[in-house]
Design a protein around this ligand. Structure first.
Ligand code: HEM
Length: 468
């Protein structure tokens, strides 16, 4: 309790202050229902500019906004901004192991290199993901066709099942029926919905006392993952390595990489479920939402699908190159509603002179990606959903935009980018190939902002699907 009333020292950080903090809570209550928008708005105020300090509880936080500044931090000073501060929930559950909660250094790098190599091995090259993903889509498409042509439905659960089973396939080489996975997903979902509450645990320690359920959810998920890993250990056969956990166990047994351990494996698998399920299903959920709002765009995508794939066979990853408009709609979805508008907090790994300000080692850094995706310097009418902005005059895809970083950049950038793009394309095209989506009772969204919070979720709307 004493810590709450202490004002922590800045250790000489010369970044100027943003809006005046309140006693005890600091700027937390001024952040409102959409913190990324509020911080972006403050960054536009000439009094503050794109870099300023805020206080969250007793913690001083440096906020970074704008494409130029964020690129300069994450890309040009990648190692210095790659640290991870102590985050209560994450450290209590992942114990600084694996990747997400690990401090930047040798162990982190060894695990990241392993993941990149093995996601490539099991997720891309053998096309095991492509097959598994299409199997999942077929199950969901049948459910929609059989049960929901006349009865409305929500997309979220269907999409979560697909993305979760895909991660299971890559990680463990197996997938589950929806009943088994439902309980597990429910817990991940519940905690995702409460990201704001979980964030408050870091800055207002007393809030931890009231949220035992969230901790229980994490403990249950960890238990579930550990049981699955134990099964893999029992069935381990070095002649048949078909997934990430097998490959890790193989390395562990042969003691190939010094930092590998059982604890790191447990956390790494949890990392993949946390980072690789809701991000994909949420993006898909938004994509379906946007094309339902913009039926003309839905129609254009369906025309492209009919032309390139036809109505019979399911899409394959090779089709992606030939479908620029569909690809542009997916990119535009990620720009409009990036999965993590504020990145998981960073910290500086050494002192730095940045934008003429001195920032000491171990400073808590918030990177506001929302300010990049909505940066008016680079995006014309940034709030409009307009896939054509990703096409050039020849209607080819243009995906090297300086202000497009949905998977972030630098040392802590997403390792699952390729896997994610494969899933987004296959699921989105498969569903639009088969169904025309509209909202139940011609419902219209009030706005296109989605549910408030730290993560971005589309409104919980009901769909009708007409078989095409
Ligand atoms: C549309 C889908 C996805 C989006 C938009 C996305 C985006 C991101 C972003 C913005 C970060 C934070 C990077 C940073 O702090 O700079 C991240 C980290 C991460 N992502 Fe993804 N991601 C997606 C899917 C996936 C998938 C499918 C996987 C796994 C197969 C995955 C695994 C990870 C991991 C392990 C990290 C932590 C990296 C680190 O701390 O070094 N992501 N992702």
């Amino acid at each position: 309790m004493k810590k709450m009333f202490q004002q922590d020292k800045d250790d000489g950080c010369t970044v100027p202050w943003g809006p005046k903090p309140w006693p005890i809570v600091g700027n937390l209550i001024s952040l409102g229902r959409r913190p990324y928008e509020t911080i972006y708005k403050w960054s536009k105020n000439p009094l503050y500019g794109p870099i300023f300090k805020l206080r969250f509880g007793s913690q001083t936080v440096v906020c970074l906004n704008s494409t130029k500044l964020i690129r300069e931090a994450l890309h040009e000073n990648a190692e210095i901004f790659a640290g991870r501060p102590y985050l209560y929930m994450i450290n209590e559950t992942l114990h600084g192991k694996g990747i997400i909660s690990a401090p930047y250094g040798k162990d982190f790098n060894e695990h990241k290199t392993f993941l990149v190599r093995n996601l490539n091995r099991f997720g891309r090259r053998r096309s095991s993901l492509e097959n598994a993903c299409l199997e999942e889509v077929k199950i969901v498409a049948e459910k929609i066709r059989d049960q929901h042509q006349t009865k409305s439905f929500s997309m979220g659960q269907f999409l979560s099942e697909i993305s979760c089973n895909n991660i299971c396939t890559i990680t463990m080489g197996r997938y589950f029926d929806s009943a088994k996975i439902g309980r597990f997903l429910g817990k991940i979902n519940e905690n995702f919905n409460q990201t704001a509450t979980i964030a408050s645990f870091n800055f207002l320690p007393f809030t931890r006392w009231f949220q035992k359920k969230l901790f229980q959810n994490v403990a249950d998920c960890a238990q579930f993952v550990q049981t699955l890993i134990k099964e893999r250990e029992t069935d381990f056969d070095e002649q048949s390595i078909t997934n990430i956990v097998d490959s890790y166990i193989d390395n562990l047994k042969k003691q190939k990489i010094q930092s590998f351990s059982k604890e790191n494996l447990d956390s790494l698998v949890q990392d993949l479920f946390v980072a690789g399920t809701e991000t994909v299903s949420n993006t898909l959920n938004w994509a379906i939402f946007y094309v339902t709002v913009h039926s003309d765009i839905q129609q254009k995508i369906q025309n492209e699908i009919d032309k390139v794939i036809g109505k019979e066979r399911y899409p394959c990853i090779k089709d992606r190159m030939k479908m620029p408009y569909t690809e542009a709609a997916i990119l535009e979805t990620m720009r409009c509603q990036c999965a993590g508008p504020i990145l998981l907090p960073r910290s500086t790994t050494q002192d730095i002179l940045f934008c003429n300000y001195y920032i000491p080692k171990d400073t808590f850094i918030l990177v506001n990606m929302w300010s990049v995706m909505k940066d008016e310097t680079y995006w014309n009418e940034p709030n409009a959903f307009e896939p054509r902005r990703f096409l050039n005059d020849k209607q080819q895809i243009q995906n090297n935009h300086i202000a497009m970083m949905p998977f972030s950049v630098g040392k802590r950038a997403c390792v699952g980018e390729a896997i994610a793009k494969t899933q987004l394309f296959l699921v989105f095209t498969s569903l639009l190939q088969r169904f025309e989506f509209r909202f139940m009772d011609d419902w219209k969204p009030k706005d296109l902002q989605g549910e408030p919070g730290i993560t971005l979720r589309p409104p919980d709307c009901k769909y009708m699907a007409r078989v095409r």
